[in-house]
Design a protein around this ligand. Structure first.
Ligand code: HEC
Length: 112
């Protein structure tokens, strides 16, 4: 019983360590833009998937998609049988770019 508990604790600790703390100040906006253009727009152009740019969502919405290692984003894509691979750094870069270009930012970005 004790061993099981220790194992459960260990798993919880490891999984909490691997959950990325979303931090846009660590993100590289220019690289986030590159990722969006290269890895998102290829589908989200209104043909394969609905058109999507940073200006389509608010900062709070983007945050919800990208927090916890982009959990919500992955869930949405899994449902559509799509796998988008992003490293922890990529997620922060994307968050930095979507933050400055969001619908409720000073300069919404359409990424065109
Ligand atoms: C291989 C194609 C593909 C790629 C690449 C892709 N997506 Fe998607 N995405 C989809 C599909 C299909 C859906 C679900 C249907 C839809 O919303 O059009 C979706 C859904 C979403 C949604 C939910 C939309 C909503 O309003 O509910 C978001 C947000 C999103 N994708 C963002 C991204 C971002 C950010 C990237 C780049 C990191 C990306 N996607 C890359 C195909 C893709």
């Amino acid at each position: 019983m004790k061993k099981v508990l220790i194992l459960v604790c260990a798993i919880l600790m490891v999984s909490s360590l691997s959950a990325l703390a979303l931090d846009r100040k660590k993100g590289d906006i220019a690289h986030g833009k590159k990722i969006f253009r290269e890895q998102c727009k290829s589908c989200h152009n209104g043909k394969k998937a609905k058109k999507l740019t940073p200006a389509h969502k608010t900062r709070a919405q983007w945050k919800r998609y990208l927090k916890d290692n982009a959990k919500k984003l992955n869930r949405k894509h899994k449902r559509a049988n799509v796998e988008v691979k992003l490293s922890e750094k990529d997620i922060n870069d994307l968050w930095a770019f979507c933050y400055v270009g969001a619908l409720d930012s000073e300069k919404p970005q359409t990424c065109d």
